[in-house]
Design a protein around this ligand. Structure first.
Ligand code: PBG
Length: 317
């Protein structure tokens, strides 16, 4: 008689495991704040910190020593304006941060490419009245990509969900001599409430409205495949599904359908739900994040952007 439990005995269970986690597949997000000189705790994300330009090399070095291969950088500029000039300033915070990490480590540096941390209104593009302008924003995204590549970014990751952003960025990079810089597109990015804690982390709350006009409706699946296909046609080298856990069906389909290198972003809210419960003693944080990462991999993610990358590496599993 078949008894499934035979293969669930200690050791055998590991031998027949279908999914394996590895440090090599994890990316640690880092927030770099131009206005601080020492690391500052992010209250909405227990255990996470904003780094200063001064503290960044040590943090990057620690990640490299632990075996984390890559970081995803977010910049918090000292000043914001209507047109998000800090995003494409060659001497902006993210450009300086990239250079600082590349000087002292050999980490893969991925830059988040969006205007929202740099605009005074907090939206991901230029605005007219309360409308976020798509086509007018594209040249600025191209310029931002070039400035990030010039600073040494290994991969640029556009997250603003503007239509044709990948095409515009590819064209700008190619024109300026960065034909070899890959684009990791936030291709299927949902208008998710799970980005809530990130708004404090990156101070990218918006003055009015929401992002539903450009990010996807959580109710939609087929549209995600369409978004991914368009980004691939425009030149994306890798595609992302974001958030991760509530969208595992999308992740599975994207991986199966396109076979592209596929990333999943386990976002701030996914992190905070587990850490908040753990702090109450209601969940085992390590067990919960290990299970969540395993399931995200099982659903098709080749790489996972996770706030637990460093912690995972520290466990030395
Ligand atoms: C910027 C951006 C956001 C996140 C990554 N890049 C916020 C948003 O789109 O509202 C969210 C990341 C997280 O919640 O961890 N466009």
């Amino acid at each position: 008689m078949r008894r499934m439990r035979r293969l669930r005995a200690p050791k055998i269970r590991e031998m027949v495991a279908e999914t394996h986690l590895s440090c090599n597949d994890l990316v640690q997000p880092i927030f770099v704040d131009e206005r601080i000189t020492a690391p500052k705790a992010i209250e909405s994300m227990p255990g996470q910190f904003r780094q200063s330009l001064e503290s960044l090399p040590a943090e990057a070095g620690a990640l490299e020593d632990l075996g984390v291969p890559a970081v995803l950088l977010f910049g918090l500029p000292a000043q914001k304006d209507e047109v998000g000039s800090g995003a494409y300033d060659p001497h902006g915070i993210i450009q300086k941060a990239v250079a600082a990490i590349k000087e002292t480590t050999s980490l893969i540096v991925i830059t988040d490419l969006c205007l929202c941390e740099y605009t005074s209104h907090g939206h991901c593009g230029l605005i007219r009245g309360e409308k976020v302008l798509n086509d007018e924003t594209l040249p600025l995204l191209g310029e931002t990509a070039v400035s990030q590549a010039a600073a040494g970014a290994d991969i640029v990751a556009p997250s603003g969900m503007m239509d044709h952003m990948v095409r515009a960025i590819r064209a700008s990079l190619d024109l300026d001599g960065y034909a070899d810089t890959p684009i990791l597109s936030y291709a299927a990015k949902y208008a998710s409430t799970f980005y809530g804690p990130f708004r404090e982390a990156a101070e990218s709350g918006y003055a009015w409205g929401d992002r539903k006009g450009y990010q996807m409706n959580p109710a939609n699946f087929a549209e995600a495949l369409w978004e991914v296909q368009l980004d691939i046609e425009e030149g994306a080298d890798m595609v992302m599904v974001k958030p991760a856990m509530p969208y595992l069906d999308v992740l599975r389909a994207v991986k199966d359908m396109f076979g592209m290198p596929t990333a999943a972003y386990q976002v701030s809210g996914e992190y905070t739900m587990i850490t908040a419960a753990a702090r109450q003693g209601w969940l085992d944080e390590n067990a919960a994040f290990l299970e969540s990462l395993t399931c995200i991999r099982r659903a098709g993610a080749d790489m996972i952007i996770t706030y637990w990358a460093k912690e995972y590496a520290r466990l030395g599993l």
